[in-house]
Design a protein around this ligand. Structure first.
Ligand code: NAP
Length: 279
């Protein structure tokens, strides 16, 4: 068997087109473009590239962006103050604090300075709780993008055994909660899981969200399973041994071109939604 590729680039384009139309409608009715503020602390080249990419995608769909760049020496108090100012600014609709921040900064305190109505990256405790309770709110973008991608291919989740590898607050934990909300039977695996291979062998849906190149071996994949590789490691390598896994899986995401484009598309859609809600 050779798996169907879940084409995140193609699916993201239809979401981006719809977002561009909504951004134009908002601009026509309000007289201003929806605006995303990006906050970058320090000089990490990868973070700088991610922010640049997100701002360029904003421009392509008619979303304005405002770049706030702070030195690596920024204190928690200074960062919280900068984000609080953006939270209070009526011309800013969404706020993205690029993760990670320098080690001496309390990232949680900084995230919590984002007003819930502007948390378009879905990183606050408010957004997490709303998502977990099934209440309206913004999703963490990568988990939200994964669900949108699965839905675009009409992949059933009810009653399926889903194994999520990774339990970070922005990716592993929330994607498990979203799968649970869709009536999947969810197991979380992490660095202390005793037998990862055995857990994966049972899974109808596998989400790899670790950051370890090819940790998930192809031979572990249950024939016909849906494999979502959210990992991104240097050299465009995911967390799944792609070629071998694709021989057994029913559906699989590529790296790149799977989860990554969906993440940005959800960020932009949520920015326009924030602008519409604040009108
Ligand atoms: P993270 O905060 O470092 O979390 C990694 C998780 O993996 C932790 O829960 C950790 O377990 C678990 N883990 C580590 N080693 C393991 C092992 N040997 N077996 C099983 N689990 C293990 O990372 P993250 O921010 O969630 O990101 C994960 C990956 O997704 C990275 O490659 C990142 O680049 C990628 N990512 C992609 C996008 C996108 O848009 N495509 C967005 C965000 C992240 P413990 O909790 O026990 O430490």
């Amino acid at each position: 068997m050779s798996a169907t590729v879940l084409d995140g680039t193609a699916v993201s384009h239809s979401l981006l087109d719809a977002t561009a139309a909504r951004a134009a409608a908002f601009a026509a009715s309000s007289g201003r473009t929806p605006t995303l503020a990006t906050v970058l602390v320090g000089d990490d080249p990868a973070s700088r590239t991610y922010v640049k990419m997100k701002r360029s995608r904003c421009a392509k769909v008619g979303i304005g962006s405002r770049a706030v760049e702070l030195p690596a020496s920024t204190t928690t108090e200074q960062l919280v103050a900068a984000i609080s100012a953006l939270s209070a600014d009526p011309t800013v609709d969404g706020i993205l604090l690029q993760h990670p921040v320098p080690a001496h900064v309390d990232e949680r305190a900084a995230f919590e300075a984002i007003a819930p109505g502007k948390d378009v990256d879905g990183v606050t405790m408010h957004s997490f709780a709303a998502m977990a309770f099934g209440e309206p709110g913004f999703h963490s973008c990568t988990p939200g993008g994964i669900l949108r991608l699965l839905d675009a291919y009409d992949l059933p989740l009810t009653g399926r055994r889903a194994v999520v590898i990774g339990r970070s607050p922005i990716l592993g934990k929330p994607v498990g909660m979203l799968l649970l909300a869709r009536d999947a039977t969810v197991t979380y695996c992490h660095s202390r899981t005793a037998d990862l291979a055995e857990a994966v062998r049972e899974a109808d849906v596998v989400v790899a969200a670790v950051g370890r190149p090819e940790l998930v071996r192809g031979e572990w994949v249950k024939p016909g399973a849906v494999v979502v590789d959210a990992g991104y490691n240097p050299g465009n390598v995911g967390d799944v041994e792609h070629a071998a896994a694709a021989e057994r899986a029913g559906h699989i995401t590529p790296v790149p071109g799977g989860v990554g484009p969906m993440t940005i598309a959800v960020l932009l859609e949520q920015t326009v939604r924030a602008a519409e809600a604040g009108r």
